[in-house]
Design a protein around this ligand. Sequence first.
Ligand code: CTP
Length: 398
Amino acid sequence: MEKIALGVCSSISIYKAGEIIRLFQEEGYAVRVIMTEKATQFINPYLFDSLTGEKTIISLFDERQRPIEHISLAGEISLLLVAPATANMIGKLASGVADDFLSTFYLAVKCPVLIAPAMNEAMYLHPQTQENIRRLKKLGVEFVEPESGYLACGQKGIGRLASPEKIVQKSLRLIRRREIFQDKIVLITAGPTREFLDPVRFLSNPSSGKMGYELAREAYELGAEVILVSGPVELEPPPEVYIEKVVTAEEMRKAVLKHYERADVVIMAAAVADFKFREHLPAKIKKDSLSESLAIENTPDILQELGKLKSRQLLVGFAAETTEILERAEKKLKQKNLDLMIANDVSVPDSGFGSGYNEILLLWPDGRSRKIPRATKRKISQEIFSEIEVLLHERPRN
Ligand code: CTP
């Protein structure tokens, strides 16, 4: 099992370390915690012992450890994450001070190092702290920026530890990145679109955006530059992903076309509404003044247009079907000039639309197909990207 070392310093946000450990474990990683002496004033190390099933390391001279533990452990881990990291620890690491286990360990590791700072705004923005961060970045150390909000001191500002999800996603990007995705731009659409009749009524569908966001997360973790064009959804995008928020199919079309030329891989995971009202009224229609019929028309088929414009892009589409899945998906694959089609049966309960799960059939233009049985959308997106990786390897380099 791959292992991560989690350095924990004395900050109020130390309670989030438990959530970080849990998220790593869900991804199949073992975690070894290293606490500073001062951090033990906030939390008893026994909590981390219980969560990780391994003895938390505090001191260089702890009898419970292997001799020269900092050297043995350094060879076993894929990442050193320091979260939360105090101004003091960042200062020590930036200047090579090695006076406790964590700062000594930092000098012994060869794997990537990620730091998630947490402190008061004045301390974070202090030129000395910023200089220390710059020095560490120059040495190849990566950072997850703190967030703005209420700080432990009661003030509002920047300095809150980033969310455990963001910290873990950035960590995974450092561990999982793949050579082939390093210089690739992946453009993904997600969520539904809304086609308004008047300011309060629209045509749409139950898409939650989960599939597209999971694909964006996977592309991000594999090391790609990700552009996410998203319809209205209630989801947090992965960190460092460029997001364009749109509402209508026409807005989505414009946003996608803007980035299409630069993209290496394009995945249309959005459930674009197929119809819109012919009229879009500026004021709310009164219920007693409704006409008997409302005229509707087709929205632009974005993927079809992308298929026609395709030059070097690897184009991936989805097919949401309820009947004759294989036949209809094959037809769309050809019609839209795709390199990979992902068909899903949206009539299966707790699968596809709105669900955390999916069950898909992958189709290639040469007639090959592969079924991926019901799994979480996270797992499904990993399978999709392993196939995209194969396709990228087969392409001539440009
Ligand atoms: N799509 C699109 N623009 C639209 C409709 C769909 O780009 N106006 C894309 C979807 O994002 C998806 C693929 O086309 O990747 C297939 O979508 P789907 O709804 O399954 O098929 P449609 O082409 O809309 O055909 P139908 O609804 O008649 O099955």
